[in-house]
Design a protein around this ligand. Structure first.
Ligand SMILES: Nc1ncnc2c1ncn2[C@@H]1O[C@H](COP(=O)(O)OP(=O)(O)OP(=O)(O)O)[C@@H](O)[C@H]1O
Ligand SMILES: C[C@@](O)(CCO)CC(=O)[O-]
Ligand SMILES: [Mg+2]
Length: 415
């Protein structure tokens, strides 16, 4: 497919089962309708470069064609065989290109981009990739998966792998995006379960389970109930890669204790899935109880943070609802499922205290929106005056969503 190209993917909330999902236990996640990442691929001004502009993480880097000599055709051609494991030959070839970014936060984003780009598009130059996200980055809401999905869809299209139906993304194409975004997630954080990229690809909500042979099973939950909840971002930075490897270390040190915790978390997710499939006034309290238990188990794994405990303590002391961290923890976000009798005054007071006293950010957002999407070339060209400034200026999150949010903005997306 030719340029320009525009792709998008949502963030997610894990309701039950973060961390245990990495160890093949079931988990439930839903996409977040209003928190999305957008990728705009255009012709670079210089036809000799591949340019990456990721302003959200202050990364703007160009690779000139002369620097690409380490990338052998063999490494790229073989990459499809490596769709489950990273290709060691390609990794070695990327090293010199990534050297200037070593030790920085931007390294993993650039690694994900280069890996997918060379695997799916080859050595083509004269291309610029610009990413903007309306989702907080590194906060537990799946920003890494949404960028990996945007990149997998765009590089899949640009490389000619995803052009079977002009009017929609087919099941096979979505599976392709899911497979390659999982590889992208591997570049960003090592050993992902695959739940985040599955939700960002397919949208809605999923009951997900990684199998012992590395395959994944994800069951779409189409009518995910709109559970009343508040998402709170502590704005405390953390890295999923570091937190996941901390849990692995705990398992090595305390296997008899950690394994049963992970198993119990799987039980919580399975029970939670049954309740969510038939949520009603009678079992709502059970759902809240499972949220409380899941958080306690995550605390036992060592992935909470005093800043997250502030949210839980406030919700508990106001008897407003049940709180658990969501995503990898260690900072980032928590969700509070509101009690059915929580008053609007108490909800407002809860949010206000978190925002004014602790400088946290709260969100009230719908769950279960669309998955990845792209825009037809004609549509982009007809609205370049609306789209281009969003990627070339310091556009705010609301300006971004006003134009680009599927279903809200004036433009049509293809799903
Ligand atoms: N908009 C973006 N622009 C550039 N890089 C991004 C963007 N969003 C995410 N990333 C990459 O993803 C990394 C954050 O991923 P990480 O998995 O740690 O957090 P998360 O995905 O937001 O949370 P969780 O995995 O708990 O859901 C960033 O350091 C960066 O490398
Ligand atoms: C912590 C984790 O379970 C969820 C991160 O959103 C990691 C993963 O499943 O890849
Ligand atoms: Mg992530």
């Amino acid at each position: 497919m030719s340029l320009p190209l525009l792709t998008s993917a949502p963030g997610k909330v894990i309701i039950f089962g973060e961390h245990s999902a990495v160890f093949n236990e079931p988990a439930i996640a839903a996409s977040v309708a209003s928190l999305r990442t957008y990728l705009f691929v255009t012709k670079a001004e210089d036809s000799d470069v591949i340019e990456l502009d990721f302003p959200d993480i202050s990364l703007d880097h160009k690779w000139h064609s002369a620097e690409l000599s380490s990338i052998s055709m063999a490494a790229m051609a073989d990459s499809d065989k490596h769709s489950k494991e990273l290709n060691a030959e390609l990794n070695a070839a990327l090293e010199p290109l990534l050297k200037p970014l070593h030790g920085s936060l931007q390294y993993h984003a650039a690694y994900c981009f280069l890996y997918l780009y060379f695997s799916l598009c080859g050595l083509r130059t004269g291309v610029k990739f610009t990413v903007k996200s309306s989702s907080p980055i590194g906060a537990g809401l799946g920003s890494s998966a949404s960028i990996a999905v945007c990149l997998a869809l765009a590089t899949g299209k640009l490389g000619g792998h995803l052009n079977s139906a002009p009017e929609r993304l087919t099941k096979q194409e979505l599976d392709f995006v899911n497979k390659w975004s999982f590889i992208g997630e591997k570049c960003i954080h090592g050993t992902p379960s695959g739940i985040d990229n599955a939700v960002a690809t397919y949208g809605n909500a999923v009951l997900f389970q990684r199998q012992a042979n590395g395959e994944t099973k994800s069951e779409q939950i189409l009518d995910f109930p709109q559970v009343p909840m508040i998402l709170t971002n502590t704005r405390i930075p953390r890295s999923t890669k570091v937190l996941v490897s901390g849990v692995k270390d705990l398992i090595v040190r305390q296997p008899e204790i950690a394994h049963p915790i992970l198993k119990t978390m799987g039980q919580v997710a399975s029970r939670g899935a049954k309740i969510l499939a038939n949520l009603n006034e009678t079992n709502y309290a059970d759902l809240c109880e499972l949220i409380r238990i899941n958080h306690g188990l995550l605390v036992a794994l060592g992935v909470s943070h005093p800043g997250l405990e502030v949210i839980k303590a406030l919700a508990d002391s106001m008897s407003i609802g049940s709180t658990k961290l969501t995503g990898a923890g260690g900072g980032g976000c928590a969700l509070t499922i509101l009690n059915s009798n929580a008053s609007p005054e108490d909800i407002a007071k809860f949010k206000d205290t978190l925002e004014t006293k602790h400088s946290y950010k709260t969100y009230v957002t719908g769950l279960g929106g669309p998955g990845c999407a792209y825009m037809a070339k004609g549509q982009i060209q007809n609205h370049l005056d609306l789209i281009r400034p969003l990627f070339e200026t310091n556009a705010s999150v609301s300006e971004l969503n006003d134009v680009l949010l599927p279903g809200k903005g004036p433009l049509q997306w293809i799903h």
